[in-house]
Design a protein around this ligand. Structure first.
Ligand code: BES
Ligand code: ZN
Ligand code: ZN
Length: 467
């Protein structure tokens, strides 16, 4: 439980300090307020402070999340589950900061489901230092932060799940449960429907496994007056072996995380609905495995797609774009979305390019990108836009089909994006490649833990609000 309070009887209290801020006498010998420096310091029998350094720069979203996460981690390490946190210095002018801090606490105290099992201690945090006149604002921000934090924890849990315990059917059931809880309409197209409707991409990849594929659809309507509908499309490959273009053994750890884009879409919609944000969003998650069946895809094959375009398969490990293509076309043609954003752990190339802190962004629509930049100014996540030119478009032309699923040895992130764009019927479109940011080992930031990060959720959430 995290709540705003005037006073607290907790024995432990986290205090944030800028470099140079006064600290209790003696503590200055050990603590200088430098960024993410921490020190437990007893001030009386009833009260021990945990000092957390903010450094000498104005703390932004990332710093607030890291500082709060670190406080939660340090407390947890000492088995302290009830503590106060004086957030006055961080949230004095900007009550949105409360949302960032709460997300930080929830992310920082994240534990794997196995570690949580049987635990009795419930986290209890009292947030102090909010002036009376701003309590209502702070309460709203607290609620938003809690829901976003819960959504991130949920997404991390799903992405961390072992592939054999998280098949497409289990994924669908898990998301359906949460949508029921949030009051979001959902539908799941099964294998027969996928086949019958001509979703050739999802069908072909899905047929590589005995665990059948599924097209999961969520419809959240929070604004009846608006005709805008944001289409969010997330890659939901619960296990990506590469198929006949089998991945090398040494690169296989982490292949269960190939549904992180789908988890981000589900998490964002869950949070929007829980917070009753007045927006309209339709989410699609094509769910499947990419394995080897005796008659699954091999390079050289040609398949059809929901859009009617034929696709030459050049590499069976480039499966994500095949299933996203069907979802994108379905979103535009059947669900009538006005904007498409797809999010996926799509290419190794983006990891080589931007590493684990920054995701790739590709779009041909400057206005939509501007809107997305407003969203990331609120989420604090890092994205970097990559160029698209004719040369790269030409790289996915096929001699024997309408398009091919691989571009060549360079520009892998861009050609993957352009492939998906070819299936969006030219509605405003953004593509996010989170192959680097969805999973960290080791963690880069204090609010992360080894494994799934929950990447994308907050940016999608704020994008919906900005549209
Ligand atoms: N899911 C992978 C991309 C990936 C790589 C995610 C590393 C996370 C970490 C995707 O399906 C894939 O295998 N892409 C290929 C595409 C290539 C064959 C054109 C890749 O990037 O190697
Ligand atoms: Zn793959
Ligand atoms: Zn994949």
């Amino acid at each position: 439980m995290i709540q705003i309070a005037e006073k607290s009887n907790a024995h432990f209290c986290a205090e944030f300090k800028r470099a140079g801020d006064p600290v209790p006498e003696g503590a200055d010998l050990l603590f200088d307020g430098s960024y993410l420096k921490t020190l437990f310091w007893p001030v009386s029998k009833e009260c021990t402070l945990l000092l957390i350094g903010l450094g000498d720069k104005e703390p932004g979203i990332k710093e607030r999340q890291e500082a709060a996460a670190l406080a939660a981690k340090e407390m947890k390490e000492q088995k302290i589950y009830h503590f106060a946190m004086n957030i006055g210095v961080i949230a004095d002018e900007n009550m949105n900061a409360v949302s960032d801090l709460v997300q930080g606490i929830l992310m920082g105290s994240y534990e794997l489901p196995k570690q949580r099992k049987g635990k009795k201690e419930e986290l209890s945090v009292e947030l102090l230092g909010i002036p009376d006149s701003r309590i209502q604002e702070a309460e709203n921000a607290l609620k938003q932060g809690k829901v976003l934090g819960d959504a991130i924890v949920w997404a991390r849990d799903m992405v961390n799940m072992p592939g054999n315990h998280f098949t497409p059917a289990i994924f669908a059931e898990e998301v359906a449960d949460h949508m029921e809880d949030a009051g979001v309409e959902w539908e799941a197209l099964d294998y027969d429907a996928i086949k019958q409707m001509g979703m050739g991409g999802l069908r072909a990849v899905g047929e590589s496994s005995t665990h059948e594929p599924c097209m999961f659809i969520m419809r959240y309507r929070g604004d009846q007056k608006s005709n805008k509908v944001l289409g969010l499309i997330g890659k939901g490959v619960t296990c990506d072996t590469g198929g006949y273009c089998l991945k090398a053994a040494g690169t296989m750890m982490g292949i269960k995380g190939d549904m992180a884009g789908g988890a981000a879409v589900a998490g964002a919609i869950y949070a929007l609905a829980k917070n009753q944000v007045p927006v309209n969003v339709t989410g699609l998650i094509p769910m499947c495995e990419n394995r080897i069946a005796k008659d699954s895809l091999v390079p050289g094959d040609v398949i059809s797609s929901y859009a009617g375009k034929t696709i030459e398969i050049c590499n069976t490990d480039a499966e994500g774009r095949l299933i996203l293509a069907d979802a994108a076309t379905y979103a535009v043609r059947e669900e009538k979305v006005t904007h498409v954003l797809d999010i996926a752990t799509l290419t190794g190339a983006v990891v080589n390019m931007l590493g684990f802190s920054t995701a790739g962004l590709v779009s041909d629509h400057p206005e939509f990108v501007k809107t997305f930049y407003k969203a990331i100014a609120k989420s604090g996540e890092r994205y970097w836009r990559l160029p698209i030119f004719e040369e790269q478009q030409n790289m996915i032309k096929s001699q024997i089909a309408d398009i091919k699923n691989m571009g060549g040895s360079c520009c892998g992130t861009i050609t993957a994006a352009l492939f998906i764009k070819a299936f969006t019927d030219n509605v405003p479109w953004i593509h996010l490649d989170i192959a680097g940011t969805a999973w960290v080992d080791p963690p880069l930031f204090a609010y992360q833990s080894v494994g799934a990060t929950g990447a994308g959720i907050t940016s999608l959430y704020f994008l919906a609000g900005e549209l």
